[in-house]
Design a protein around this ligand. Sequence first.
Ligand SMILES: [Fe+2]
Ligand SMILES: [Fe+2]
Length: 290
Amino acid sequence: MSTAALPTPADLRITPRDRRFARDSLHERLWHGGSVEATAIYNALSTTFPKGEAFFVESVRRFRDGAPPKLTEEIKGFTTQEAIHSREHDAFNRRAVDAGYDLSKLEARVEQRLAVAGARPPIVNVAATMALEHFTAIIAHELLANPKHLEGADKDAAELWRWHACEEIEHKGVAYDTWLHATAHWSRWMRWKVKAKVMLYVTRNFLVDRTHGSLELMRQDGVTGLTAWVRLLSYLWVRPAMFRKIAGAWLKFFLPGFHPWNEDDRHLLRAYDNSAKDLPQPKRKVRRAA
Ligand SMILES: [Fe+2]
Ligand SMILES: [Fe+2]
């Protein structure tokens, strides 16, 4: 596949929305509707973002040389969006710490994974980024498409998650297109083999790490043992079942001809932007990444 025939919509513009969320107000410790397991999984996810998204940016930027002008522009938008996400999740995580959670074990696990990744070739890192960005995009789609996931959550916290989800959808093709650009000289079979292997590897780590991270946070709320497992797994797989709901979209990654924009879900972006137009807008123009 040549990079000239990418299915990323020709009129897509990646526009960073430089928002700040609830800097002055503390949210409740169990900000997600008073639910230990719901708060735990979102807090566990948030703990990965500041360093994880910096890693995504670094991995993609290594392959920007020689990219077509549209992809170069999109990489800039992606970099700026991820940098702002890191900033806001860093603030969100600090509020979790202020509410009494100890995130150190979760952070140590992220650092350990990133240290392993850092020892791998750059092409493997861009492949891991492409796989994790698909993961993020399908979670984001489900989060915006199905209001049940944030039902009962603190208003400001829910705003943060919706905003992040919107931008993840908007830039969902960037890592994938960068991967296609970086492997333009590879055979289709070789590409598929590497991307499938990497997706299976990152999925395993994602499920294991987020489950352990959530159980650790639930332990800090006094929920342990079998009860904790049952409550967490029901939340993730039975109701509202984020992981079960994204399973089909996850599988599509392995189909020949897959591209994140085979599913054009920009209606979710438009709906988000409409719903967020009354939020305070950034005072200054966003400085885009170089
Ligand atoms: Fe992000
Ligand atoms: Fe992203």
